[in-house]
Every structure is written in structure tokens, then in C-alpha cells.
Design a protein around this ligand. Structure first.
Ligand code: HEM
Length: 451
């Protein structure tokens, strides 16, 4: 106990010194209200954790990986010293998996880490969507977030080709066909992606994008995203009450829990849990490297992307859906998400007050989920319009009915509660209960006990 008290005191002193000399609480990692000690308030931070793991594991992989399609003398399944028939990119991946100490674990955690990062970003996105965090003053946070999501998906797309397996080459080609159909942008990015039209040209461009360009873009966007978050403060809970403020005052901020070390430790605990889970899963189910691109002996290779692009592949299986239609629909979805803060102009943030946008959001979620599962189960199998209507129609209809019922049920008691709240608010307008706003600086032990 004595040690714990000494440790906490010393830590507080060290952070106090750093905060004082850097003025950090004014420009970064600002204090946050006590109620944010819940995972749902830090979904974005979990994405950052996942990103940091990707950077570290990716840099380690870079020590061995060779971005070349030429045959190599490196042993990769063949006797040492013989010129392998497989490309160096595949061979060096084979070498990482089979010869580098813990290489298989490293590569598997990097791959599963990318799945986790995308999954967590999707959770972060839908949390923000349902709770209306995109409303004033956080419109730009949302728009930068949308660009972050696209960049993250770009990381997944470019990384998929790097082991240079036949399956990844096939799927990348389908993705390229779609990207080239993008209105206006397609003809511009075509030469950038394809280079001189050779396999080596494509691999080099994907490699450059994956390890330099997109990480730089991600870093810059992340900086803007977090700077915006710091300047607005965390979004208060969703509410139907138009009197409730959408940001905290400076006075309230002072009463909040300091980021360092309390929130930092809180997030670190989740980060350690995340890394532990990732390593555990990778150790139990290591990734198997599929055969290399150009393997003439291989048969029955399907064209399949990673799970997060399966929905788009399945969409192309719909009869009558051409690449132009698929890319057109994708563009509309992206524009909808990007400009959502300017489409949904009402003040209320509670999901029950925004039936139209909740129906659209839930339909998007259902569509994506159904298509992903469908794409995983029956890749490349053509789907008739009738089948589409029979599967997706009931889902959309049930969604609309449930949301409308909730909205109707809620509106019945809305006026009475608003009148009561307005009365209470006249004594303390827009305030949260003091327990939510937070009090004095709690100890590290108190903060960690909360989880
Ligand atoms: C893909 C990578 C992304 C990363 C690394 C990221 C990171 C973060 C971080 C660290 C925060 C601070 C609060 C928190 O931890 O939740 C945050 C907040 C926020 N993010 Fe993201 N984000 C990403 C994607 C997105 C996307 C796709 C959107 C929406 C389109 C979005 C919209 C927002 C908004 C509106 C906030 C403010 C929320 C609040 O104040 O509670 N972000 N993000």
C-alpha cells in the first residue's frame, strides 16, 4: 500500500511537471469529464491503438519484405541455392512465416490487426452516427473522420497485394477495375496505380502507397482529427433536450479529470488487452500463406478480397450491376457520409429524434452486413433481382417499422418531459448533474478502479 501511494504521488508529480513546462493541457490531451471512463467514449482511441500496433509490426515486417516480382535465390519451399519460380515478394513473405523467429506471429498479428483496426473504425463510425456526434460544432471532425476511414480502407487494399499471392492479385485487379471507373478521379489515378502496366509496376506503387504515402496521409489526418477533438472537447451524451450544450465551458474543463495519467492509463489498459487478444488469436490461428501469383500448378483459386470489401464484390454479382453502377453507388454512399452533418440539420442528437437518418444508417449497416456474409458464403455466384428483393426488402421494411414505432412511442411523452426539463433548466440551464461534470482530481488508483 505504501508503495502504491508513493508510486501514484511520484507519477502525479512527474506529469504535473511535464504539463506545467509544456502547457500540454492547453493544446493537447485535454482534461475530460468523469463520465467518459467508459469504452464507448474512447472508440476512436482504440482505433489509434490499433493503428500504432500496425505501424510497429509493419516496420518490423519491412526488415525482411522484398517488394519485387522477380524470382529469387532466397529459400522459399525450394532447396537452398536453386532459383525459385516464385516472386521475391511472395518468397520473402514465406521466409517471414517459416524462417524468421516469431515471424508467423508477427505477420498474423499485422494482418488480424488490420481487420481489427477496420472493425473498430466501423464501430467508431456507427457510434458517432447513432449518437449524432457529427452535429455542430463537430462537422469537420466528422468529415476528417470520413477521410480517415477511406485512407484506412486504402491501407487494407494496398497491403492485400504485398504477399503477391494469386488470390490477392486477382482481387486487386477487380478493385483496380472499379477504381478506374471512378468519375473524374479514375482517369487521374489510373496511371498512378498502374505505373507502366507491368506486375512490378503495380507492386511498387502499392508498396509505396502502403508504407509511405497512405501512412503519411493517415498521420496528417489523424493529427487534424485529434486537434479538432481537443478543441471541441468530447461530445456530451446524446439528448433530445435542445437546451443541453454541445460542448463544455472552460470552467467546466478545469474541473474535469486530467488526461495524463488518468485517461491515458485507462486507454493503455485497453490497448494492452487488445495486443494480448491479438497475439493470442494469431498464436492459435496463424495465417496460412496462399500460393504465389503465377503458380501454374494451382487450381480452383477464387477471386476474393478481404472481408471488408466482400460487400462490394457481392454487389458486382447482382445481375445488371456493372462496375460503373457499383462505383456510382459507392460514391453516393461516401458523399452521403461525408456531408451528413449538413444533411441532418436538426439540433436533437438522440437517435429516437432522428428517425429518417436512423432508418438510413441502419439500412446501410444491414446492407453491408448481409452483403458481407453473402459474399463470404457464395463468392462469384450470380444473384437475380428477385433474390435481392426477397432478402434485402424484409430487412429494410422491418427496420423502418421498428424505428418509426420507437419514434412514435417516444414523441407521445416528449412534450411532458420537455416541459419538466425546461422548468428544471431555468434554475440551471443546460447543466449536467454535478456527478457527470466531475470534481476534484482523482487518484490514479481511483481512476484505474473505475474500469
Ligand atoms: C479510421 C480511423 C479513425 C481514427 C484513428 C479516429 C480517432 C478518433 C479519436 C482518437 C477521437 C477522440 C475520441 C475517441 O477516442 O472516440 C475521435 C473522435 C471523433 N471521431 Fe474519429 N477516428 C477515426 C475515424 C472516424 C470516422 C470514420 C468518423 C466519422 C465519419 C469519425 C468521427 C469522429 C468524431 C465526430 C469524433 C468526435 C467524437 C466525440 O467528441 O465524442 N472518426 N476519433
Amino acid at each position: 500500500m505504501g508503495f502504491e501511494r508513493w508510486f501514484n504521488r511520484t507519477l502525479n508529480q512527474v506529469w504535473g511537471f511535464i504539463e506545467d513546462r509544456t502547457g500540454m493541457p492547453k493544446w493537447a490531451l485535454r482534461p475530460q469529464p468523469e463520465f467518459t471512463f467508459k469504452p464507448s467514449y474512447w472508440t476512436g482511441a482504440f482505433v489509434v491503438n490499433a493503428f500504432l500496433y500496425q505501424v510497429i509490426s509493419g516496420l518490423l515486417l519491412l526488415l525482411y519484405y522484398q517488394p519485387s516480382v522477380n524470382p529469387t535465390y532466397t529459400a522459399c519451399g525450394q532447396p537452398v541455392g536453386t532459383l525459385s519460380t516464385s516472386p521475391a515478394a511472395w518468397c520473402s513473405t514465406y521466409y517471414i512465416v517459416h524462417s524468421v523467429p516469431m515471424g508467423s506471429l508477427l505477420l498474423s498479428t499485422h494482418l488480424y490487426g488490420s481487420y481489427a483496426m477496420i472493425f473498430l473504425a466501423i464501430v467508431h463510425f456507427f457510434r458517432g452516427y447513432y449518437l449524432g456526434v457529427y452535429k455542430a460544432p463537430r462537422e469537420f471532425s466528422w468529415m476528417v473522420g470520413t477521410l480517415l476511414m477511406l485512407t484506412t480502407l486504402g491501407m487494407g487494399f494496398t497491403g492485400y497485394l504485398l504477399p503477391y499471392t494469386q488470390i490477392s492479385l486477382n482481387a486487386t485487379n477487380v478493385g483496380l477495375v472499379l477504381a478506374l471507373r471512378l468519375p473524374y478521379a479514375g482517369p487521374l489515378i489510373g496511371p498512378l496505380l498502374l505505373s507502366d502496366g507491368t506486375g512490378q509496376g503495380l507492386l511498387s506503387r502499392m508498396f509505396a502507397a502502403h508504407v509511405v504515402l497512405l501512412p503519411l496521409a493517415l498521420g496528417a489526418l489523424l493529427y487534424a482529427h485529434i486537434a479538432l477533438f481537443e478543441s471541441h472537447g468530447i461530445a456530451p451524451p446524446a439528448t433530445s433536450d435542445p437546451l443541453q450544450r454541445r460542448r463544455f465551458t472552460e470552467e467546466e474543463d478545469k474541473k474535469n479529470v486530467p488526461f495524463m495519467p488518468h485517461i491515458f492509463f485507462y486507454i493503455t489498459k485497453w490497448a494492452l488487452l487488445y495486443i494480448g487478444l491479438l497475439i493470442g488469436i494469431a498464436a492459435l490461428w496463424p495465417w496460412n500463406l496462399p500460393t504465389y501469383a503465377g503458380d501454374l500448378t494451382a487450381t480452383g483459386i477464387v477471386t476474393e478480397p478481404d472481408w471488408y470489401f466482400l460487400w462490394l464484390f457481392k454487389f458486382l454479382d447482382f445481375q445488371g450491376v456493372t462496375p460503373v453502377i457499383a462505383i456510382g453507388v459507392t460514391t453516393v454512399i461516401i458523399l452521403y457520409v461525408l456531408f451528413l452533418p449538413f444533411l441532418d440539420r436538426s439540433k436533437a442528437t438522440h437517435p429516437r429524434d432522428r428517425p429518417v437518418f436512423i432508418i438510413i444508417g441502419t439500412s446501410m449497416l444491414e446492407f453491408w452486413f448481409l452483403m458481407t456474409v453473402w459474399g463470404g458464403l457464395t463468392p462469384g455466384v450470380a444473384i437475380t433481382p428477385m433474390e435481392v428483393a426477397l432478402r434485402i426488402g424484409p430487412l429494410f421494411a422491418a427496420n423502418a417499422v421498428v424505428v418509426a414505432l420507437f419514434h412514435w412511442r417516444y414523441r407521445k411523452s416528449y412534450r411532458a418531459r420537455m416541459a419538466a426539463r425546461t422548468g428544471a433548466a431555468s434554475t440551471c440551464p443546460g447543466a449536467y448533474p454535478s456527478s457527470l461534470v466531475g470534481g476534484s482530481r482523482p487518484s490514479v488508483a481511483e481512476a484505474s478502479a473505475r474500469d
